[in-house]
Design a protein around this ligand. Sequence first.
Ligand SMILES: NC(=O)c1ccc[n+]([C@@H]2O[C@H](COP(=O)([O-])OP(=O)(O)OC[C@H]3O[C@@H](n4cnc5c(N)ncnc54)[C@H](OP(=O)(O)O)[C@@H]3O)[C@@H](O)[C@H]2O)c1
Length: 123
Amino acid sequence: MIQIRTIAVDFTEGQSIYPMLRFELANLSVGLLINNVGMDVPLGPFAELESDEEIEKIINCNIMSMARLTNILLPGMRKKLRGIIINVGSIWGTGSTPWATIYGATKVMPFKNWLWFTLITIT
Ligand SMILES: NC(=O)c1ccc[n+]([C@@H]2O[C@H](COP(=O)([O-])OP(=O)(O)OC[C@H]3O[C@@H](n4cnc5c(N)ncnc54)[C@H](OP(=O)(O)O)[C@@H]3O)[C@@H](O)[C@H]2O)c1
């Protein structure tokens, strides 16, 4: 039986949401994590467009969400020796992106192999 539960959060908020998420997810058996949430900022030269607030929001939304949710759910998957984590990247994460510097940087994260090695440890 598939159970559906909805937890609404704004990932741009950063650290403050994770204690609640950790608590809400603590007793659930999660087999699939899809780190899909992502935002971008307007295209343009870094120095002209991206304010401190925009930089913090996009890092919180695109990187922090992936790292923290994986950190919360991966131990349960390791314990069960079963689980799938899908990180949604972008073509913008594969090369130089001078007009989308921060977005491009956040989209490199899904291509890093830190999960690959973790999953090798599981199997
Ligand atoms: N669109 C593209 O052309 C494209 C290309 C390459 C890669 N991607 C990547 O694919 C993923 C999805 O992109 P998309 O265009 O489908 O994005 P989207 O439509 O803007 O958002 C996808 C989902 O994320 C949720 N979301 C957005 N910001 C959030 C926040 N701050 N807190 C919580 N939830 C939030 C949205 O919720 P709501 O429905 O409530 O807004 C929606 O359910 C992203 O990681 C993106 O970087 C997109």
